[in-house]
Write a protein that binds this ligand. Structure first.
Ligand SMILES: [Zn+2]
Length: 216
């Protein structure tokens, strides 16, 4: 029995939607003032991200108070998964104990998306820029709270699947907030890529459905 003809019009692929974001802060807060500053800074970044279409789910960070600091970024990621197991978006994490570490990305094949920064960001965001500069030998321009909010936004951009050629903060994070997260072109390209992936998935499921029809 021949396969039936495929439908003339391909199903419309779902539009690309930026992934929701949550911020977690892991470690001991030395003062209430540090915690209050982190809340303020994250609110500012949340609004900036939302204006560009990147939704933040918690405008107040999840504070995970821990006497022991995570030994590496994977341990930090697992700590947020222990506290908040069902969240499927970009886990933005500031973890004390990770030093000058900063990285972001999407892990294949499970799609765990993350944006993780260490103590250098913690210090810059809590009014201790001198510790960011001295302890991690970073230039002064990289240790302002604005620059480190840019670094956080940059890693969140990687968690959204953007690369370094995306322009804006994905190119020059220290220029936050004077440049957008990504250029218009990069956003359009990402949208097209997502549509292509969705389309091929739809075509495979369509073929499976047709094969199912011809089997007894
Ligand atoms: Zn990067």
């Amino acid at each position: 029995m021949p396969l039936p003809c495929p439908p003339q019009t391909a199903p419309e692929p779902p539009p690309y939607r930026p992934t929701p974001i949550r911020l977690y802060v892991i470690g001991t807060m030395e003062t209430h003032n540090e915690q209050a500053l982190l809340v303020d800074r994250w609110l500012v970044l949340s609004e900036w991200l939302a204006q560009q279409g990147f939704p933040v789910e918690n405008t107040r960070p999840v504070f995970i108070s821990s006497a022991t600091t995570p030994p590496n970024w994977l341990a930090a990621l697992r700590e947020t998964e222990r506290v908040d197991p069902w969240f499927r978006g970009v886990r933005a994490i500031i973890a004390r104990g990770l030093g000058g570490f900063a990285a972001g990305g999407v892990d294949a094949p499970d799609g765990r998306a993350r944006a993780i920064l260490g103590d250098a960001a913690y210090y810059a965001l809590t009014g201790q820029s001198h510790r960011c500069e001295v302890d991690y030998r970073l230039p002064a321009f990289a240790c302002t709270w604005q620059a480190q909010l840019g670094a956080l936004a940059h890693e969140i951009g990687h968690g959204q699947g953007f690369q370094h050629d995306a322009g804006g903060v994905m190119e020059h994070w220290w220029r936050w907030p004077d440049v957008p997260l990504v250029s218009e072109e990069a956003f359009a390209e990402r949208r097209a890529r997502q549509a292509a992936v969705s389309q091929s998935t739809d075509l495979i499921s369509e073929v499976r459905r047709l094969l199912g029809q011809v089997r007894p």
